[in-house]
Write a protein that binds this ligand. Structure first.
Ligand SMILES: [Cu+2]
Length: 281
């Protein structure tokens, strides 16, 4: 069931030559909008949607670009910063999967199904509490192994410029969100990603987003400038999958404790987990 929280349609009067099909959220039903001055019924059957019309959807998604022309939002939207000219220093490939662990449904990234730790990861990292997480507890490429439970933390370097490829071998659309960042969606296509896939990347006018779709049996590649120190959640936006393990944390680390790189933890920050009984130091 889909809850409609808000819906507004902007139309000009007297332009409704026919009725319209309307799709909201997960398509479980369809509705027909019938204007009082409609001249005819909807034309043809409803489109198949992203799950089965993958090629059509890929083309549509790739056609969404940043307007770099003089008539764009400003004369040169990117200024002197051109994401496509920066060399990536690392490639992280992440594949989602589904399966049973101990007889229960779980979802995973590179075979690791995320297990919530007893202490928030940022607190554990800041106060250097051992035994909560292990950097590198998830591989940065899919290894095809069976699903297992762990508190997955991927180690990355502050100020690195990296490539992340989301590989979806499953037959439903995936939706990935990265906290703390906006990234460039440089490519997506059907089939398996390979280094040759880079030849078709859009290194010129891709759009910056914080959530991106990956079509069934397809891949999506993004470029991210890791300019924000922290412990950031990378997760499926399909809530059941995220809750049952399809998420991980990206630790963007610097040994510097300079305020220029990261603000200090607030004095009144709530402590919990293994930090709960300690005094604030
Ligand atoms: Cu977020």
């Amino acid at each position: 069931m889909t809850a409609i929280t808000s819906l507004s349609l902007e139309t000009k009067e007297n332009t409704h030559s026919s009725n319209y099909l309307l799709f909201i959220g997960l398509v479980t039903t369809t509705a027909v909008l019938r204007y009082s001055n409609s001249a005819g019924p909807v034309s043809g059957p409803p489109p198949g949607g992203p799950t089965i019309q993958v090629d059509w959807s890929l083309n549509q998604a790739r056609s969404i670009r940043t307007n770099l022309t003089a008539s764009g939002p400003r004369p040169n939207p990117q200024g002197s910063y051109h994401y496509g000219l920066i060399n990536t220093t690392k490639t992280i490939r992440l594949a989602n999967s589904a399966g049973l662990v101990n007889g229960k449904q779980r979802y995973a990234v590179n075979s690791v199904s995320f297990l919530q730790p007893d202490t928030p990861l940022k607190l554990a990292d800041y106060f250097q509490i051992g035994g909560v997480f292990r950097v590198g507890s998830i591989s940065d490429y899919p290894n095809g192994g069976g699903i297992y439970l762990d508190t997955s933390v991927l180690g990355t370097d502050y100020r690195a410029f990296i490539e992340i490829v989301f590989e979806n071998y499953e037959d439903i659309v995936q939706s990935w969100h990265l906290d703390g960042y906006s990234f460039f969606v440089v490519g997506m296509d059907g089939g398996l990603w390979s280094t040759a896939s880079r030849n078709q990347y859009n290194l010129r006018d891709a759009i910056a987003r914080c959530t991106v779709q990956v079509y069934p049996k397809s891949w999506t590649a993004i470029y991210v400038a890791l300019d924000n120190v922290g412990m950031w959640n990378l997760r499926s936006e399909f809530w059941a999958r995220q809750y049952l393990g399809q998420q991980l944390y990206v630790r963007v680390y610097t040994a510097s404790t300079s305020l220029r790189d990261e603000f200090p933890i607030p004095k009144n920050a709530l402590l919990c987990g293994r930090k709960f009984h300690d005094t604030f130091s």
